[in-house]
Design a protein. Structure first.
Length: 375
């Protein structure tokens, strides 16, 4: 696909193309997407596109009176125009069935969520093939809906890893809490060694190389965001850091060797440190980033510090992908109470990372771009 020509008299727009997905269509994802789109600052650093069913967006606009009155316009992948706050530019997804009833878990919701992700991935790859920076920004998924639809992936991250020709463990998750409010004046990044899996399985998968890889990714991304070498703490797994082996030996057997290896690589890392006090210190500014050993060890403190500002950044894949740090919130669908701030932060982070050429902290393209539309 050739890069779209700029209209006569208008310079080429080099800002990144961001492809947004609503996540599960039955959750709050479509609502926060439309609310965030209507904020002018969302379009300042990027050109936005939504990969979704236009019928879904029309239905949500009609059902939620508090949402802004937006125009929905269907476009092709090759359309390179700027986006504006009053017109939602939609790259439509293939028809996969009727729009599911909102606020409920369904196989239909899982199918539509994956169809939107497939379209966003293909569109991003086509934009990159045309020579421009691009990224994906995703809304919240519901894991049970994915399972009901017949998918064996736990979430966006693992789906994207497989689309890039990698295994599920190739990627890790970083939660980024932007500067401002609780969490320190420079922001706070938290990367996870393991992701969406039973806790017993996650503990069994911990290894020194995996912990080192997570630390390396966190160091690279925070270095790009902060413009300096970040201070990184590595969390212990067991209570009180294992108490010298009384509560478990993972600290001495797996984590301490990983910290030593990081330091040998020039990473400013310390640990293992007991998680119950580590995050209090990090929130006070003692550290720029934390390596958490499993999902909830990192998610709970970050969401307490700033759930509606936090951003999920995928590390370890050759692409830029950010997401909200909250779930589908079926209980408040349609009430107008869903907060679009996390999605706004995710859009800002994706635009900054894509514009600076950051690609997940790895080299290489990975994955096939697929069919690129010339419309």
């Amino acid at each position: 696909m050739n890069a779209p020509a700029a209209p006569p008299g208008r310079p080429h727009d080099a800002r990144p193309l961001l492809f947004l997905t609503p996540g599960d269509p039955a959750g709050v994802g479509p609502e926060i997407l439309l609310a965030a789109w209507n904020r002018a600052e969302a379009h300042a650093g990027a050109r936005l596109r939504v990969c979704a069913s236009p019928a879904l967006l029309d239905a949500v606009l009609a059902a939620v009176p508090s949402l802004p009155r937006l125009r929905i316009e269907t476009i092709g992948e090759g359309d390179g125009r700027p986006s504006t706050a009053d017109t939602v530019l939609v790259v439509p997804v293939p028809h996969v069935g009727p729009v599911p009833r909102r606020g409920t878990v369904s196989a239909a919701g899982g199918r539509m969520a994956v169809a939107a992700l497939e379209r966003a991935f293909a569109s991003m790859r086509c934009a990159e093939a045309a020579g421009g920076p691009a990224a994906i920004v995703t809304g919240p998924l519901h894991k049970e809906a994915l399972h009901a639809a017949g998918y064996d992936v736990p979430g966006h991250t693992e789906w994207l890893a497989r689309a890039c020709g990698l295994d599920d463990g190739a990627a890790s998750m970083m939660l980024w809490l932007p500067p401002g409010g609780a969490g320190g004046g420079s922001g706070l990044g938290v990367v996870h060694v393991t992701l969406h899996e039973p806790l017993a399985a996650a503990v069994g998968r911990l290894s020194t190389p995996a912990i080192v890889a997570a630390g390396e990714r966190l160091d690279a991304l925070l270095g790009a965001l902060l413009g300096r070498r970040p201070r990184i703490a590595v969390a212990a797994l067991n209570p009180h850091g294992g108490e010298g082996g009384l509560f478990g030996d993972e600290e001495t057997r797996l984590i301490a060797p990983a910290v030593e290896r990081m330091r040998d690589e020039g990473i400013d890392a310390v640990g293992p440190l007991p998680a119950d006090t580590l995050f209090l210190r990090a929130a006070g500014g003692a550290f720029d980033g934390v390596v958490a050993q499993y999902h909830d060890q990192g998610h709970i403190p970050v969401k307490l510090l700033g759930m509606h500002r936090a951003v999920n950044v995928t590390l370890g894949l050759p692409l830029v992908r950010t997401s909200v740090a909250h779930g589908t919130a079926f209980d408040i669908v349609g009430t107008g109470r869903a907060d679009p701030s996390s999605l706004g932060s995710a859009i800002d982070a994706a635009a900054r990372l894509a514009a600076h050429g950051w690609r997940g902290g790895v080299r290489g393209a990975g994955g096939a771009p697929g069919e690129c539309s010339s419309r």
